[in-house]
Design a protein around this ligand. Sequence first.
Ligand code: NAP
Length: 541
Amino acid sequence: MVTTSGPQAAARPVDAVVVGAGLSGLYQLHRLRQLGLTAMVLEAGDDIGGTWYWNRYPGARCDIESMSYSYSFSPELDQEWEWRERYASQPEILRYIHHVADRFDLRGDVMLRTRVTRAVYDQDSHLWHLSTDTGLAVTARFVILATGCMSVPKDPGIPGADSFTGAVHHTARWPREDVSFAGKRVAVIGTGCSGVQAIPVIADEAASLTVFQRTPAYVLPAHNRPLRPAEIAQLKARYPEFRRAQRLSRGGTVFEPPTRSALEADETERTAAYEAAWDEGFLNGLLRTYTDILTDEKANETVAEFVRSKIRSIVDDPATAELLSPRTYPFATKRPCLGTDYYATYNLPHVSLVDLRTTPIETITPRGIRTSDGEHVLDMIVFATGFDALTGSQLSIDIVGKGGVPLRDRWAEGPRNYLGLVTAGFPNLFTVLGPLSPSVLTNIAVSLEQQVEWITDCIAHLRRNGITEIDAAPDAEADWGVHVAEVADRTLYPVVDSWYTGANVPGKPRVFLAYAGGLDRYREQCDTVARNGYTGFLLSS
Ligand code: NAP
């Protein structure tokens, strides 16, 4: 009944199609196979790796420690893979993903260079019909979108971009071949996590580097270093226990939760706590010092000012230090960045900072970038301008559900789904790390395993019980949307324009896009729903 057709049709039928061959898609394939399903992964890129395939810009590195940011499903894999650095570089993570694909023999079911363009649900047969840009057409009972939370680069929308005669790169579409900056006048537009990582590395080589900044980031030091054999052995010895703790944790990383408000501590105590967190070099180290950094503006301001004081102490020129100091939004309401030598880079004589708030870009010209203050002549422009996050990758596929309703219409006022997993009217279509789930607020390596395992168990349940269709009940979906918004409203997140709220993309509905209640609570809710027979879902045979 389940068939593939088209010019490059695969010979075998599939029960499930997974879209995307990144960390989520590969694990989903592994689990579906274990269930005895035939499954196929369709991947737009010409290799596996997802985020870690596309984002190969200089300096790209994970900001969660490598021994935490990795699959936990195989104790053998945990023991045999040896991470080299505290924070793994993009090439090292890509090597790891390739190792996993080989070790679990996953490549055979991955079809590369195949972008899913359309997916239409047939209500009568309960099957999805997928079209791709190669002409391949696939029919499957289940579709799992493992398309990543940050996979559609945002169009920076700067006029004249096509007229530039030098080289142009986007951090999220970095070429595979080496890009040399030697002797070049380079511009970086954007100072989010990608720009923050690329800037010091580009500055190392370029003749000159001009950074065009609209909003400064809070950048914490990574203190990256090679891992010592003894610490690797030590963690490996207790990996099973560590992995368990990760799974039960709030955000997928293991730490001692804070117990006090920042406002209960006096300034000396607070500064000591912040200094210790700064010295440790964890992305969320400062956030975890006190309970109310993300919920109380006054508490938050104590951290924000601490980071500004660090910037002043590192950057020689006080005017540049001030421009680099975030003042328009609370700490961590836009994702903070983990950097290496980021602020010190601005002390180099060939590095300059352009503040786009006072001198906005007017146009890109054939020779460079013209701001209200004049033209900057350049050989290369690097866009580090971010993504259409969380919903972009799903809406870039023309998905049509029950009654011919397009997902784009269903989500016209923002994403809707139940548990971040299924949208009402789009049965048998699951999403991993999608909107309204903990995804980007957690260590996604842990989040993706939780969702993949839940989806796999759900599909097993459906097959065991002869159920051909699972859909989200509209009232359960509505309640989930209200719950996600309520939880977000207890924090400072929603007040800020960021990619978390969709505000970075013109015209995108302004909705807080992730579940801020914690992975532990989310897991509990998902497990309860499953234990009680998939409450809130509509099951039909
Ligand atoms: P981002 O955080 O959205 O940053 C984009 C930057 O470009 C911002 O500074 C933004 O300014 C600026 N920008 C956008 N459009 C512009 C325009 N037209 N003109 C001038 N400036 C413009 O994107 P990102 O740095 O790629 O990071 C996205 C997310 O990916 C991160 O938050 C993180 O979750 C993930 N990431 C993780 C890592 C890691 O693990 N180490 C590394 C990189 C990325 P405004 O703020 O004013 O809009």
